[in-house]
Design a protein. Structure first.
Length: 261
């Protein structure tokens, strides 16, 4: 019995001695841990080589340069200047009489190819309808002559100042050829036939391309064409024959969107 009592006393004393060590271990153990920063979420990888038509990606070529081909759709305003007009009736000049041609706005399609980083060739294709009138002199006020559709394909060689840049201004020179078609005389009792010959002349232009996103570009362009029109009209009995020469010299302003292939 005495031995059992001694054994119990020894166990109690041992537990008392060990208790502070255990408590200390429990309170100090967490201080040995280091708080690690949270990892950032990993972005989902895009399929290699994938780039949307309205995206600018790492593979997108910036600016324009050799080998690029563009198709551009623009709104174009054709503004005839009507300089140096002359009119004859049965061979006699009508002093003070001049030709006046109306302005017109139509869509325009342009094809452009870059031969080098700086040099491109472009062709515009559009057709505009204009009203033609005679003014002043023997006519007095304004006399409607008729209307005509004009097809003026223009080929231009342009020099681009900043290849492979988003903003790329340019200047160019070229040639314009004009066909007048679907001509109709006005119902004025004086003319019943209206016609005009094929003509052409030089042109100069200046403009700028700006890369919007991906392969899409905005374009603004101004052309000055130097073209003369030779037209003639007759009455129903062909007793009166009117001839007119007019320096149309239209200013052509366009703005549109292009896509590079």
């Amino acid at each position: 019995m005495k031995n059992i009592r001694k054994l119990a006393m020894s166990a109690a004393l041992g537990a008392t001695a060990l208790a502070p060590v255990a408590v200390h271990a429990q309170t100090t153990a967490p201080s040995t841990y280091v708080n690690a920063p949270l990892a950032k979420p990993v972005p989902v990888a895009q399929p290699k080589g994938h780039c949307g038509i309205f995206q600018t990606c790492s593979t997108t070529k910036i600016g324009l340069g050799k080998g690029d081909f563009m198709i551009r759709l623009s709104a174009v305003g054709v503004l005839p200047e009507d300089r140096d007009s002359r009119v004859w009736a049965n061979g006699a000049p009508l002093a003070g009489t001049r030709i006046k041609t109306t302005n017109q706005v139509m869509p325009e399609l342009t094809f452009e190819y870059f031969v080098t980083d700086n040099i491109s060739l472009d062709l515009i294709a559009t057709s505009t309808r204009h009203e033609v009138a005679a003014e002043g002199g023997a006519v007095g006020g304004k006399l409607d002559v008729g209307s005509a559709w004009v097809l003026p394909p223009t080929v231009t060689v342009a020099w681009h100042f900043r290849p492979h840049k988003r903003l790329n201004p340019y200047v160019g020179v070229g040639g314009t050829f004009m066909w007048f078609h679907n001509m109709s005389a006005a119902n004025n009792g004086l003319t019943s036939k209206l016609n005009s010959g094929f003509t052409g002349g030089p042109s100069i232009n200046a403009g700028v391309d700006y890369q919007l996103v991906g392969n899409w570009f905005f374009n603004f362009d101004v052309k000055q064409m130097f073209v003369r029109m030779h037209a003639w009209a007759e009455n129903s009995s062909e007793s009166v024959h009117v001839t007119a020469h007019d320096s149309l010299d239209p200013t052509v302003v366009s703005a549109g969107i292009a896509y590079r292939f």
